[in-house]
Write a protein that binds this ligand. Structure first.
Ligand SMILES: [Zn+2]
Length: 107
């Protein structure tokens, strides 16, 4: 993902509208790109300010806003990866068990 793509996804990211793949790539880029990090900081502050004015959020820590958001995203992406691997292994185990049962039934 390049800077242009990240800039386009700033608002969807803040609104939580990215899928897990996009979110993972977005966070990886922002972690290594100071310009996009700064941009995210500005957007996050503006959006948090608007939510605060709307009364949706009462207390916002602007110093840790972006860090908290990026950490949450990284944890979410890790969780999703874990479940993908877990469900993949579970399917293999289920298939092996089924195969074993069929083979036993035939012989
Ligand atoms: Zn960038």
């Amino acid at each position: 993902m390049n800077c242009k793509q990240v800039q386009r996804l700033l608002v969807p990211y803040i609104n939580g509208d990215l899928d897990e793949r996009e979110e993972g790539e977005f966070v990886r880029h922002v972690r290594h790109c100071p310009e996009c990090y700064d941009e995210l900081e500005v957007y996050s502050s503006v959006f948090a300010g608007i939510r605060q004015l709307d009364g949706d959020e009462t207390k916002v820590d602007y110093r840790t806003l972006v860090e908290d958001s990026l950490k949450t995203s990284e944890e979410d992406v890790l969780d999703v990866r874990f479940w993908h691997v877990y469900s993949f292994l579970l399917k293999i185990a289920a298939t092996a068990a089924l195969f074993f049962l069929i083979m036993r039934g035939l012989f």
